[in-house]
Design a protein around this ligand. Structure first.
Ligand code: FAD
Length: 471
């Protein structure tokens, strides 16, 4: 069945406290954004004992505008780029009066209501930053955190890393020659059109934020130039009046069939070259989707000029590789993010060029008890995938799931890696790319298999190595 969350999927509210089973592995969750929230809910309902640390004073991570944690890239006009039924958690539909693509504040309210509905707000420790996570022998982790009461070190059998991957700004490399007299910001620091008002603006990039900022600039800036080094297929959010992501094929289909959906979407969205947007050197479906309903119209009106990559910075302007020059006093670098884990020693985890091989983008094959939630870049929404990952980890920790032998895990990882390489072009933004429906389908199948394995190995659940349980 395609993933579309409907009103009838809403689960009963949890009103009574869920008892904690202290015999299960003690667990630490890092971060209370969308990924941490849904993982905490799964652990809470499974009775897994856990501590949950959030460095900020609020939940929602990226989806809280001006989040006091200083890590949110949310801007005033930000809406989700997948429609509500495709972004909602499977058992908690978005309110019926939300627009097809919810605004950031609505998404944040939705997370608040999710926590209250499932009754686990009391499990969050705010204003507490995880500073260091180290191994303590083969089966334990030491987590050093700092909060209002100072530092503490806790011992855990499992750690769920949900610190987000859209906060560490990636700047262009190598740095362009020349110098620039104006202001330069990263898209992460863009909040509202006020920052663009009256400016000669150059936006660098071809992702969703670049499109949004260029479109906003078309209304507020004196001039807008969009510099695109590599073309991207720009899809429209609505096709024939319907959210375009709701035409879905089952996840068991081969990837090239599901990629067809994006090809059809790209064709139906209209020409790129007619509007001066460069034709991508890859096919639709081979890159992370970029969506904008307005970019074509703003270019056609002459409010946005499209240029290729930058050759050099030039005082009060920018020179592009085609020899043209644009006057500029503000550059917005929409050049993406680096995946970073400041609390894990690079000798343990180094995501060089955003590459971190994980089994089903969740399980570290060599570090029992270390799990990653939401460290995935789907062709679709992150939230339902983080939810499935959290539920999987909760099953693992509570002994309801048993993994296959590690040789099989490695085989699957290698196959997935090869498939990823075939489907998406090589780029730091595609190292974690998965197809939404395909990923959910495969993970659901693995969970069913592992539940059978766990059922047939009575007592064996505490023997497997993934959970970090002591054998
Ligand atoms: C502009 C923009 C638009 C996006 N649009 C979409 C979209 O439409 N749909 C979609 O699915 N995804 C979108 N994304 C991706 C986005 O990453 C996810 O939507 C979502 O925010 C991921 O949630 P998360 O919990 O993994 O990370 P975050 O939302 O970043 O939350 C991480 C949390 O961890 C906390 N934290 C970090 N380090 C520590 C520490 N050491 N100790 C304690 N706490 C810590 C942070 O304070 C934060 O609250 C977008 C991203 C950006 C930048």
């Amino acid at each position: 069945m395609p993933y579309l969350v409907k009103p009838e999927h809403r689960a009963e509210a949890v009103t009574a406290p869920v008892p904690v089973n202290e015999s299960l592995p003690r667990t630490c969750i890092i971060g209370a954004g969308a990924s941490g929230i849904t993982a905490a809910k799964a652990l809470y309902l499974a009775g897994v004992p856990f501590d949950w640390f959030e460095s900020g004073s609020a939940i929602g991570g990226n989806w809280l505008f001006d989040n006091p944690n200083g890590l949110s890239a949310c801007y005033e006009t930000l809406e989700i780029n997948t429609s509500c039924p495709r972004m909602a958690f499977s058992d908690f539909p978005m309110p019926a009066d939300y627009p097809p693509y919810a605004r950031h504040d609505q998404v944040h309210d939705y997370f608040e209501n999710y926590i209250d509905h499932f009754g686990f707000r009391h499990t969050i420790t705010f204003n507490t930053t995880v500073e260091e996570v180290t191994r303590d022998g083969d089966h334990s982790w030491l987590v050093r955190s700092s909060g209002p009461d100072g530092e503490r070190v806790g011992e855990y059998q499992a750690v769920l890393v949900a610190n987000g991957h859209h906060w560490d700004r990636r700047w262009p490399e190598p740095i362009y020659p020349g110098s620039f007299d104006g202001k330069q910001i990263h898209a992460h620091d863009y909040r509202s059109g006020d920052q663009l008002a009256g400016r000669d603006l150059v936006v660098v990039g071809a992702g969703n934020s670049a499109m949004d900022i260029a479109v906003e600039g078309a209304h507020r800036a004196k001039s807008v130039t969009l510099s695109i080094r590599r073309g991207q297929w720009v899809l429209k959010k609505f096709l024939l009046g319907r959210p375009s992501d709701q035409v879905v094929l089952p996840g068991w289909m081969p990837w090239w069939v599901t990629a067809l959906r994006l090809r059809i979407g790209a064709m139906a969205s209209g020409s790129l070259r007619k509007y001066g947007l460069p034709r991508p050197p890859h096919r639709p479906g081979q890159s992370h989707p970029v969506q904008s309903d307005q970019i074509r119209a703003r270019i056609a009106e002459g409010r946005i000029a499209v240029r290729p990559g930058i050759e050099r910075l030039d005082g009060d302007g920018v020179v592009f590789v085609d020899g043209t020059r644009a006057k500029a006093d503000l550059i917005v670098w929409a050049t993406g993010y680096t995946v970073t884990f400041p609390f894990l020693a690079p000798s343990l985890i180094a995501a060089t060029d955003n590459e971190l091989p994980l089994w089903k983008r969740t399980v570290h094959p060599d570090l029992p008890g270390l799990f990653f939630i939401g460290l995935v870049q789907p062709v679709g929404a992150v939230m339902p995938l983080a939810e499935a990952q959290g539920a999987w980890v909760a099953e693992t920790l509570s002994g309801r799931y048993a993994p296959p032998p590690s040789s099989e895990i490695r085989e699957q990882m290698a196959t997935e890696h090869e498939r990823n390489k075939r489907q998406f072009y090589a780029s730091p933004r595609h190292t974690m790319e998965v197809d939404f429906d395909r990923y959910l389908w495969h993970l659901a199948r693995e969970r069913r298999r592992g539940q059978k394995r766990a059922g047939s190995q009575v007592g064996a659940a505490s023997n497997h190595t993934l959970s970090g349980n002591k054998p």
